[in-house]
Design a protein around this ligand. Sequence first.
Ligand code: DGY
Length: 331
Amino acid sequence: MPRPKVFVARRIPDEGLNAISAACDVDVWPNQLPPSADVLRERVKDCDGLVSLLTDRVDAALLDAAPRLKVVSNFAVGFNNVDVPACTQRSVCVGNTPGVLTDATADIAVTLLLNAARRLGESANDAKAGRWLTWEPLGWLGQDLAGRTLGIVGMGRIGFATAKRLHHGWGMKVLYTKRSASPEAEKELSAKRVELDELLAQSDFVSVHADMNPSTKGMFSAAQFKKMKRTAVFVNTARGPLVDQPALAEALRSGTIFAAGLDVTEPEPLPPEHELYALPNCVIAPHIASATIDTRNAMARLCANNLLAGVRGEPLPNWVNPDVAATRRKA
Ligand code: DGY
Protein backbone atom coordinates (compact mmCIF):
# COMPACT_ATOMS: atom_id res chain seq x y z
CA MET A 1 0.00 0.00 0.00
CA PRO A 2 1.52 3.40 -0.97
CA ARG A 3 2.52 5.71 1.85
CA PRO A 4 0.24 8.73 2.36
CA LYS A 5 1.50 11.98 0.87
CA VAL A 6 1.65 14.95 3.21
CA PHE A 7 2.53 18.62 2.79
CA VAL A 8 3.87 20.40 5.88
CA ALA A 9 3.54 24.13 5.32
CA ARG A 10 6.54 25.11 7.50
CA ARG A 11 9.29 23.37 9.43
CA ILE A 12 7.78 22.31 12.77
CA PRO A 13 9.69 20.71 15.69
CA ASP A 14 11.24 17.30 14.95
CA GLU A 15 9.11 15.67 17.64
CA GLY A 16 6.19 15.99 15.24
CA LEU A 17 7.95 16.02 11.91
CA ASN A 18 9.85 12.77 12.56
CA ALA A 19 6.65 10.94 13.47
CA ILE A 20 5.00 12.13 10.27
CA SER A 21 8.06 11.32 8.12
CA ALA A 22 8.25 7.80 9.56
CA ALA A 23 4.80 6.99 8.19
CA CYS A 24 4.31 9.29 5.19
CA ASP A 25 6.02 10.77 2.16
CA VAL A 26 6.55 14.29 3.38
CA ASP A 27 7.12 17.53 1.51
CA VAL A 28 8.16 20.26 3.97
CA TRP A 29 8.01 23.93 2.92
CA PRO A 30 11.59 25.01 3.59
CA ASN A 31 11.22 28.80 3.74
CA GLN A 32 10.73 31.09 6.73
CA LEU A 33 7.80 32.86 5.05
CA PRO A 34 4.61 30.93 4.25
CA PRO A 35 3.85 29.61 0.77
CA SER A 36 1.55 31.84 -1.29
CA ALA A 37 -2.03 30.64 -1.83
CA ASP A 38 -1.14 29.51 -5.38
CA VAL A 39 1.91 27.59 -4.25
CA LEU A 40 0.01 26.01 -1.37
CA ARG A 41 -2.71 24.84 -3.78
CA GLU A 42 -0.10 23.38 -6.10
CA ARG A 43 1.76 21.56 -3.30
CA VAL A 44 -1.35 19.91 -1.77
CA LYS A 45 -2.99 18.83 -5.02
CA ASP A 46 -1.96 15.14 -4.68
CA CYS A 47 -1.77 15.07 -0.89
CA ASP A 48 -3.68 12.98 1.66
CA GLY A 49 -2.74 15.26 4.53
CA LEU A 50 -1.83 18.89 5.18
CA VAL A 51 -0.12 20.42 8.20
CA SER A 52 -1.19 24.07 8.11
CA LEU A 53 -0.22 27.06 10.22
CA LEU A 54 -2.33 30.03 11.22
CA THR A 55 -0.74 31.94 8.34
CA ASP A 56 -2.07 29.45 5.74
CA ARG A 57 -5.58 30.02 4.45
CA VAL A 58 -7.40 26.70 4.02
CA ASP A 59 -10.47 27.58 1.97
CA ALA A 60 -12.80 26.08 -0.62
CA ALA A 61 -10.42 26.87 -3.50
CA LEU A 62 -7.59 25.00 -1.81
CA LEU A 63 -9.81 22.05 -0.90
CA ASP A 64 -11.18 21.81 -4.44
CA ALA A 65 -7.62 21.63 -5.75
CA ALA A 66 -6.88 18.68 -3.43
CA PRO A 67 -9.43 15.93 -4.11
CA ARG A 68 -7.51 13.27 -2.12
CA LEU A 69 -7.09 15.41 1.00
CA LYS A 70 -8.35 13.60 4.11
CA VAL A 71 -7.06 15.75 6.91
CA VAL A 72 -5.99 19.30 7.70
CA SER A 73 -3.95 19.31 10.90
CA ASN A 74 -3.58 22.90 12.08
CA PHE A 75 -0.45 23.62 14.13
CA ALA A 76 -2.38 25.96 16.49
CA VAL A 77 -5.30 25.90 18.86
CA GLY A 78 -7.04 28.66 16.89
CA PHE A 79 -8.36 27.62 13.50
CA ASN A 80 -9.83 30.82 12.07
CA ASN A 81 -7.48 30.32 9.08
CA VAL A 82 -9.42 27.15 8.19
CA ASP A 83 -12.86 27.22 6.59
CA VAL A 84 -14.19 24.37 8.72
CA PRO A 85 -17.66 24.19 7.10
CA ALA A 86 -15.96 23.91 3.68
CA CYS A 87 -13.80 21.05 5.03
CA THR A 88 -16.84 19.31 6.54
CA GLN A 89 -18.79 19.71 3.31
CA ARG A 90 -15.97 17.95 1.46
CA SER A 91 -15.57 15.26 4.16
CA VAL A 92 -12.12 16.49 5.18
CA CYS A 93 -11.16 16.13 8.87
CA VAL A 94 -9.73 19.11 10.75
CA GLY A 95 -7.52 18.87 13.84
CA ASN A 96 -6.03 21.51 16.19
CA THR A 97 -3.76 21.65 19.26
CA PRO A 98 -5.70 22.77 22.34
CA GLY A 99 -4.56 22.32 25.95
CA VAL A 100 -0.82 22.06 25.42
CA LEU A 101 -0.33 25.81 24.95
CA THR A 102 -2.65 27.02 27.71
CA ASP A 103 0.04 27.76 30.31
CA ALA A 104 2.48 29.37 27.88
CA THR A 105 -0.25 31.64 26.52
CA ALA A 106 -1.51 32.61 29.99
CA ASP A 107 2.09 33.44 30.94
CA ILE A 108 2.34 35.86 28.02
CA ALA A 109 -1.03 37.45 28.89
CA VAL A 110 0.27 38.14 32.40
CA THR A 111 3.64 39.31 31.05
CA LEU A 112 1.96 41.82 28.73
CA LEU A 113 -0.37 42.96 31.50
CA LEU A 114 2.54 43.60 33.89
CA ASN A 115 4.65 45.20 31.21
CA ALA A 116 1.90 47.59 30.11
CA ALA A 117 0.75 48.38 33.67
CA ARG A 118 4.29 49.17 34.89
CA ARG A 119 5.46 50.86 31.66
CA LEU A 120 8.37 48.46 31.42
CA GLY A 121 8.89 48.65 27.64
CA GLU A 122 8.64 52.43 27.65
CA SER A 123 10.97 52.98 30.62
CA ALA A 124 13.53 50.41 29.40
CA ASN A 125 13.59 52.15 26.01
CA ASP A 126 14.02 55.51 27.73
CA ALA A 127 16.93 54.18 29.80
CA LYS A 128 18.64 52.78 26.71
CA ALA A 129 18.12 56.02 24.81
CA GLY A 130 19.74 58.20 27.49
CA ARG A 131 16.48 59.58 28.90
CA TRP A 132 17.16 58.15 32.39
CA LEU A 133 18.37 61.37 33.94
CA THR A 134 17.90 60.64 37.64
CA TRP A 135 15.62 58.75 40.05
CA GLU A 136 12.34 60.46 39.35
CA PRO A 137 9.61 60.70 41.99
CA LEU A 138 7.06 61.33 39.26
CA GLY A 139 8.65 59.35 36.44
CA TRP A 140 7.15 56.29 34.70
CA LEU A 141 4.29 55.92 37.17
CA GLY A 142 2.19 52.86 36.43
CA GLN A 143 -0.76 50.94 37.83
CA ASP A 144 -0.85 48.61 40.85
CA LEU A 145 -2.13 45.07 40.41
CA ALA A 146 -2.77 43.85 43.96
CA GLY A 147 -6.43 43.59 44.82
CA ARG A 148 -7.60 45.13 41.53
CA THR A 149 -10.35 43.80 39.25
CA LEU A 150 -9.58 41.63 36.25
CA GLY A 151 -12.05 41.21 33.39
CA ILE A 152 -11.65 38.03 31.34
CA VAL A 153 -13.44 38.18 28.00
CA GLY A 154 -13.92 34.53 27.08
CA MET A 155 -13.46 32.22 30.09
CA GLY A 156 -12.11 29.20 28.24
CA ARG A 157 -8.96 27.26 29.10
CA ILE A 158 -6.55 30.16 28.50
CA GLY A 159 -8.81 32.76 30.13
CA PHE A 160 -9.08 30.54 33.19
CA ALA A 161 -5.31 29.98 33.40
CA THR A 162 -4.71 33.73 33.12
CA ALA A 163 -7.30 34.52 35.80
CA LYS A 164 -5.87 31.81 38.06
CA ARG A 165 -2.42 33.41 37.96
CA LEU A 166 -3.74 36.90 38.69
CA HIS A 167 -6.31 35.86 41.30
CA HIS A 168 -3.95 33.67 43.31
CA GLY A 169 -0.83 35.75 42.65
CA TRP A 170 -2.16 39.29 43.09
CA GLY A 171 -5.48 38.72 44.83
CA MET A 172 -7.44 40.11 41.89
CA LYS A 173 -11.20 39.97 41.85
CA VAL A 174 -12.31 38.23 38.62
CA LEU A 175 -15.21 39.18 36.35
CA TYR A 176 -15.81 37.23 33.15
CA THR A 177 -17.95 36.86 30.07
CA LYS A 178 -18.80 33.51 28.49
CA ARG A 179 -21.77 32.08 26.61
CA SER A 180 -22.49 29.77 29.56
CA ALA A 181 -21.39 29.96 33.19
CA SER A 182 -18.04 28.49 34.23
CA PRO A 183 -18.66 26.64 37.53
CA GLU A 184 -14.91 25.96 37.79
CA ALA A 185 -14.03 29.68 37.62
CA GLU A 186 -16.81 30.57 40.04
CA LYS A 187 -15.70 27.92 42.53
CA GLU A 188 -11.90 28.19 42.27
CA LEU A 189 -11.53 31.90 41.57
CA SER A 190 -14.76 33.30 43.04
CA ALA A 191 -15.27 34.72 39.54
CA LYS A 192 -18.50 36.50 38.64
CA ARG A 193 -20.13 36.22 35.20
CA VAL A 194 -21.33 39.60 33.93
CA GLU A 195 -22.36 41.31 30.70
CA LEU A 196 -19.50 42.75 28.64
CA ASP A 197 -20.50 46.37 29.39
CA GLU A 198 -20.36 45.77 33.13
CA LEU A 199 -17.03 43.99 32.81
CA LEU A 200 -15.58 46.93 30.84
CA ALA A 201 -16.86 49.51 33.33
CA GLN A 202 -15.61 47.70 36.43
CA SER A 203 -12.33 46.13 35.38
CA ASP A 204 -8.87 47.58 35.94
CA PHE A 205 -7.45 45.01 33.53
CA VAL A 206 -9.27 43.53 30.54
CA SER A 207 -7.76 40.39 29.00
CA VAL A 208 -9.22 39.04 25.76
CA HIS A 209 -9.47 35.28 25.16
CA ALA A 210 -12.48 35.10 22.84
CA ASP A 211 -12.69 32.98 19.69
CA MET A 212 -12.32 34.82 16.43
CA ASN A 213 -15.43 34.37 14.27
CA PRO A 214 -17.73 36.68 12.27
CA SER A 215 -19.70 37.62 15.42
CA THR A 216 -16.62 38.61 17.44
CA LYS A 217 -14.71 40.47 14.69
CA GLY A 218 -14.12 44.07 15.82
CA MET A 219 -15.86 43.48 19.17
CA PHE A 220 -13.47 46.01 20.76
CA SER A 221 -14.08 49.35 19.13
CA ALA A 222 -14.33 53.02 20.20
CA ALA A 223 -17.57 52.40 22.15
CA GLN A 224 -16.01 49.58 24.19
CA PHE A 225 -12.83 51.53 24.99
CA LYS A 226 -14.96 54.49 26.13
CA LYS A 227 -16.72 52.22 28.63
CA MET A 228 -13.40 51.25 30.23
CA LYS A 229 -11.68 53.10 33.09
CA ARG A 230 -9.10 55.72 32.15
CA THR A 231 -6.63 53.70 34.23
CA ALA A 232 -7.48 50.42 32.49
CA VAL A 233 -4.95 48.13 30.82
CA PHE A 234 -6.13 46.15 27.79
CA VAL A 235 -4.48 42.85 26.81
CA ASN A 236 -5.11 40.74 23.70
CA THR A 237 -3.51 37.32 23.24
CA ALA A 238 -6.39 35.87 21.18
CA ARG A 239 -6.62 37.21 17.62
CA GLY A 240 -5.91 40.64 16.13
CA PRO A 241 -9.18 41.16 14.22
CA LEU A 242 -11.15 41.09 17.50
CA VAL A 243 -9.92 44.66 17.93
CA ASP A 244 -10.59 47.75 15.83
CA GLN A 245 -6.97 48.91 15.86
CA PRO A 246 -7.48 52.56 14.82
CA ALA A 247 -9.98 52.84 17.71
CA LEU A 248 -7.46 51.28 20.09
CA ALA A 249 -4.73 53.64 18.92
CA GLU A 250 -7.04 56.61 19.49
CA ALA A 251 -8.03 55.33 22.95
CA LEU A 252 -4.35 55.02 23.90
CA ARG A 253 -3.39 58.39 22.41
CA SER A 254 -6.24 60.28 24.06
CA GLY A 255 -5.86 58.66 27.48
CA THR A 256 -9.28 56.98 27.22
CA ILE A 257 -7.42 53.92 28.57
CA PHE A 258 -4.02 53.72 30.23
CA ALA A 259 -2.12 51.14 28.20
CA ALA A 260 -2.33 48.00 26.06
CA GLY A 261 -0.35 44.80 25.60
CA LEU A 262 -0.85 42.88 22.37
CA ASP A 263 0.50 39.54 21.23
CA VAL A 264 -1.74 39.54 18.17
CA THR A 265 -2.49 42.21 15.58
CA GLU A 266 -4.12 42.68 12.22
CA PRO A 267 -2.25 42.22 9.96
CA GLU A 268 0.57 40.00 11.16
CA PRO A 269 3.29 41.01 10.97
CA LEU A 270 2.24 44.55 11.87
CA PRO A 271 4.35 46.82 9.61
CA PRO A 272 7.06 48.74 11.53
CA GLU A 273 5.56 52.09 10.51
CA HIS A 274 2.19 51.24 12.13
CA GLU A 275 0.84 53.94 14.46
CA LEU A 276 0.56 51.53 17.42
CA TYR A 277 4.34 51.11 17.61
CA ALA A 278 4.76 54.85 18.03
CA LEU A 279 2.60 54.91 21.17
CA PRO A 280 4.68 54.57 24.35
CA ASN A 281 1.74 53.02 26.19
CA CYS A 282 1.37 50.10 23.77
CA VAL A 283 3.58 47.03 23.98
CA ILE A 284 3.46 44.64 21.04
CA ALA A 285 4.90 41.13 20.89
CA PRO A 286 5.15 39.22 17.59
CA HIS A 287 2.55 36.50 18.35
CA ILE A 288 4.83 34.56 20.72
CA ALA A 289 2.28 33.23 23.24
CA SER A 290 2.97 29.56 22.50
CA ALA A 291 6.69 30.09 21.82
CA THR A 292 8.39 27.93 24.44
CA ILE A 293 10.46 24.88 23.51
CA ASP A 294 8.30 22.43 25.46
CA THR A 295 5.03 23.94 24.24
CA ARG A 296 6.00 23.92 20.57
CA ASN A 297 7.24 20.30 20.94
CA ALA A 298 3.91 19.33 22.51
CA MET A 299 2.02 21.14 19.74
CA ALA A 300 4.10 19.27 17.15
CA ARG A 301 3.33 15.90 18.75
CA LEU A 302 -0.38 16.63 18.91
CA CYS A 303 -0.40 17.99 15.38
CA ALA A 304 1.37 14.82 14.13
CA ASN A 305 -1.08 12.59 16.00
CA ASN A 306 -4.02 14.40 14.41
CA LEU A 307 -2.43 14.16 10.97
CA LEU A 308 -1.60 10.46 11.26
CA ALA A 309 -5.05 9.58 12.60
CA GLY A 310 -6.54 11.54 9.72
CA VAL A 311 -4.63 9.75 6.96
CA ARG A 312 -5.28 6.36 8.62
CA GLY A 313 -9.03 6.88 8.93
CA GLU A 314 -8.88 6.84 12.76
CA PRO A 315 -10.56 9.33 15.13
CA LEU A 316 -8.43 12.46 15.53
CA PRO A 317 -7.23 13.02 19.13
CA ASN A 318 -8.29 16.67 18.76
CA TRP A 319 -11.01 16.77 16.21
CA VAL A 320 -12.54 20.15 15.31
CA ASN A 321 -15.27 18.66 13.06
CA PRO A 322 -16.09 15.18 14.42
CA ASP A 323 -19.44 15.44 12.61
CA VAL A 324 -17.50 14.39 9.50
CA ALA A 325 -16.81 10.94 10.97
CA ALA A 326 -19.50 9.11 9.01
CA THR A 327 -18.63 10.61 5.63
CA ARG A 328 -14.86 11.19 5.86
CA ARG A 329 -12.64 10.33 2.92
CA LYS A 330 -11.05 6.94 3.49
CA ALA A 331 -7.46 5.83 2.92
C1 DGY B 1 -2.74 29.35 18.47
O1 DGY B 1 -2.31 28.20 18.65
O2 DGY B 1 -3.86 29.59 18.05
C2 DGY B 1 -1.82 30.45 18.81
O3 DGY B 1 -2.30 31.69 18.47
C3 DGY B 1 -0.45 30.18 18.21
O4 DGY B 1 0.46 30.40 19.19
